[in-house]
Structures are given as structure tokens and as C-alpha cells.
Design a protein around this ligand. Structure first.
Ligand code: NAD
Ligand code: GLY
Length: 384
């Protein structure tokens, strides 16, 4: 881990590099402003030698940034850069789009002699679906994540979980497939909507809540949340790098999610994912997770692992970030949410495994939370 152009006195940090240490699957997450024009050089510096690329993106993001990506790749000798667009919403993170992407890969690269570099230019939908396709094409071709949302920068582009939704279950078909490099040009967040910035902020607050008291307190300080949402370049680099470091440390200990350690990254996701699905994606991922974090914190208080003050502090941060803390429009969704929770990957032996905050930047896992408590917090989450 290290920083390039590091902060000196009042000077702003211009870029940071975080290593995800996974032995032979280790890679760098390069975070800064203006990195897109250097994408080609950074790909070569990572040892990637391909001269043909398959860029997965969507109409909106591709319209804004594909030509810059193409130019950056051609500068370092790429002779062919194929663009493939996905739909722009979560509803497009599905099996049909996944197989469509696999078919497009095969059509563009039918020759076994030409291994393309897959470049994922977009948010979590592009990253999750595209990383899955790269992982199964010819049993795996290299891919680079170029996250364009705050959420993808702090979370989904790092750690190698790639998947699509099916049958009303989030991320049910997928694999672990680590990128070879992540190039995160935060300048691209300039064109992201305010709502999507807030959505990414939810995952930032998640890290503060259960992984880092220092980050939580930094966000609580005057301007802590607001300067991120305003896209202050130096603050963004600092906060994104902190989140990526926290995620890298978790992934390094439990890459394949088998030891229970990686569960921490699912704070707010048990109820959150269920609401996201049951509401047919009327809420963004981050908005649903915000509601889910409040529900998980209420459970933590009910089972005695967390004090009331943390709920107030979390509530305060989410409100400052303009995120919902309940989903009143979903009052009729109670049964659907409970059913969806039972499809969660952490549902075992008739019970959900909950990630509960302790209120001091840490967490515990509980598998035996009584159903009446679970029902009460879900009702509260869906109440007016
Ligand atoms: P997203 O990928 O749907 O992008 C949100 C919207 O922003 C899209 O409409 C997109 O076109 C637009 N957009 C993206 N970048 C833009 C830019 N720079 N300028 C203008 N518009 C831009 O949403 P997301 O929040 O990035 O990702 C959510 C997904 O990530 C969910 O499917 C979630 O399950 C997944 N996720 C995965 C992980 C993981 O570890 N793999 C972690 C967290 C979330
Ligand atoms: N976003 C959850 C994980 O990466 O494990």
C-alpha cells in the first residue's frame, strides 16, 4: 500500500494505490483524478500484454467515456477495441444479459489464439456481470475494473465477487474472479447523478459503521459527508482509499467467503437486499442497504450487543447523506421481504445469520435472533 503524490501540509492527495494481497492473484487498486487517460500505461505496468480488448459498459457510461478508453488503449498498442453495452439498470443484471455478453465475446473473439483483455467500464452492474462473463469465457480471460460510480469504487470493483440475479434472488449465479487491476478515476464521478452519489455513500457509511471507528468519526465531523457528496477531489481520494483498504484487508483474510470474516461486508444487506428485490429495484442498492443498516442496528440493540447512541449516530449520518432510513412505500411488502430474506446466502437451518454492529466500529455475527424480533424490525423498516 502506498500513496503517490501524497498529502504534504495543505496539499491534496492526488492519487493512492492500494494492494489487494492475494498471493498470485494480488492486484493494485489505483485511485485518483485523471487516471483514465493513463489507463493504457497502467494496464501495461500491471504486466497485461493483450492487444485486443472487449469493453463492457452501458449506453450512458459508454457514451461519456468509451472513446477516452479506446484512445488510452490504442496509445499502448491495442489494435482492436470492441464495445458491448448492457442495460443501464439493476434489472439488466440477469442471466439473459450474461449469456448475451458471453455470445458477444465469442463472436468478437472466435479464434483461440487471440485472448482479449476485458475492460469493465461502469458501476456495479457492469462490473458484476462483466466479471462473471470474463471468468467463464475460455475458462477465464483477464479483466480490468474501471469503476465509474462511488459504490463501485469503494466496494463492487474490489474483491472478485461477480454474479447475476435470477428468480428474484440477488447474485445467485456467480463466481469468485479477481480483476488483474482496478483503475479508479474519480473524475468520472463528476457526471454521476446526486442520487447515485448518495447510494455509494451508503457503502462508505457501512465501512465506518462496522470496520473503522476513525472513518465513522471522520464522516460525522462537520462537512465529513457533505464534502464527499460534493465530490471534493482530495476528500474523495482519501475516503475511497480508506474504504478500499478496509475491504482489501477483509478479502485478504477470507477471499472465498468461507470463514465468516467477509460477512462483515454484508452489514445491512440481509434486510437491504430483501427490500431491494421486493421493491422491484425502486430503491437503489445503496438506499436499500441504508434501510437495512438501520434494521440491523435495531436488532443489535434488541439482542443487547449495541447501545441506542449508535442508532442515533448512524441515523444522523444517513440523513445527512440524504439516504432513506425506512421504506414506507413498502408497507404491503412485509411477506415478500421475509420470503426474500429466506433466500439470502446467509440463511441457514431456518434462520438468518445477521451482521450486527457493536457501535464502536466493529461487529458480531448472530444466528439465533428470535423471529419476533426480526419481524418487528422489518415492520419498522417498512412503516410510515
Ligand atoms: P449501477 O451499476 O446500476 O450504476 C448506477 C447508474 O449510474 C446506472 O444507470 C449507470 O448508467 C450510471 N452511471 C454509472 N457511472 C456513471 C457516471 N460516471 N456518470 C454518469 N452515470 C453513471 O449501480 P452501482 O450502485 O454502481 O452498483 C450496484 C450493483 O453493485 C448492485 O447490483 C449490487 O448488487 C452490486 N454490488 C456488488 C458488490 C460486489 O462485491 N461485487 C458490492 C456491492 C454492490
Ligand atoms: N460486497 C460484499 C463482498 O464483497 O463480500
Amino acid at each position: 500500500m502506498g500513496s503517490v503524490g501524497a498529502a504534504m501540509g495543505t496539499e491534496k492527495i492526488t492519487s493512492e494505490c492500494v494492494e489487494v494481497p492475494l498471493g498470485e492473484r494480488s492486484y493494485r487498486v489505483e485511485i485518483g483524478n485523471g487516471l483514465l487517460s493513463e489507463l493504457g500505461g497502467r494496464i501495461r505496468a500491471a504486466g497485461l500484454k493483450q492487444t485486443q480488448a472487449f469493453v463492457v459498459t452501458n449506453g450512458e457510461v459508454g457514451g461519456l467515456y468509451f472513446e477516452r478508453v479506446r484512445a488510452a488503449l490504442e496509445q499502448v498498442g491495442f489494435t482492436r477495441v470492441v464495445r458491448h453495452d448492457l442495460p443501464g439498470t439493476e434489472a439488466g443484471k440477469n442471466w439473459e444479459e450474461f449469456t448475451g455478453t458471453c455470445a458477444a465475446l465469442l463472436e468478437a473473439f472466435p479464434d483461440t489464439g487471440s485472448v482479449p483483455l476485458v475492460v469493465l467500464l461502469g458501476g456495479g452492474v457492469v462490473g458484476d456481470l462483466g466479471g462473471f462473463a470474463a471468468g467463464v469465457f475460455r475458462r477465464g480471460v483477464p479483466f480490468v475494473q474501471v469503476p465509474t460510480t462511488l459504490l463501485a469504487a469503494v466496494d463492487s470493483s474490489v474483491g472478485g465477487k461477480v454474479a447475476v440475479n435470477m428468480g428474484g434472488v440477488k447474485n445467485i449465479f456467480g463466481i469468485f474472479n479477481q480483476p488483474r487491476l482496478v483503475v479508479c478515476d474519480l473524475g468520472m464521478l463528476e457526471t454521476l447523478s446526486a442520487r447515485e452519489m448518495r447510494s455509494g455513500m451508503s457503502e462508505v457509511i457501512k465501512y465506518g459503521g462496522v470496520c473503522s471507528r476513525a472513518l465513522f468519526e471522520q464522516l460525522e465531523a462537520p462537512g465529513g459527508v457533505e464534502r464527499v457528496l460534493e465530490r471534493d477531489p482530495g476528500v474523495l481520494v482519501d475516503v475511497v482509499a480508506q474504504c478500499v483498504r478496509l475491504k482489501a484487508a477483509v478479502v485478504a483474510q477470507d477471499e472465498l467467503d468461507r470463514k465468516g470474516i467477509r460477512n462483515v461486508l454484508n452489514f445491512g444487506h440481509t434486510v437491504g437486499h430483501a427490500i431491494e428485490l421486493s421493491a422491484s429495484y425502486a430503491l437503489t442498492h445503496g438506499e436499500a442497504i441504508a434501510v437495512g443498516m438501520i434494521a440491523a442496528t435495531r436488532l443489535a440493540i434488541a439482542v443487547g450487543v449495541c447501545g441506542e447512541p449508535f442508532l442515533d449516530r448512524l441515523h444522523g449520518l444517513l440523513e445527512r447523506a440524504g439516504l432513506p432510513t425506512r421504506y414506507p412505500a413498502g408497507a404491503s411488502l412485509f411477506d415478500a421481504v421475509i420470503r426474500a430474506m429466506q433466500m439470502d446466502k446467509k440463511f441457514r437451518d431456518g434462520r438468518n445469520v445477521f451482521v450486527l454492529p457493536t457501535g464502536d466500529g466493529s461487529w458480531v455475527q448472530r444466528e439465533n435472533v428470535p423471529w419476533d424480533l426480526v419481524h418487528a424490525v422489518v415492520r419498522e423498516a417498512l412503516s410510515e
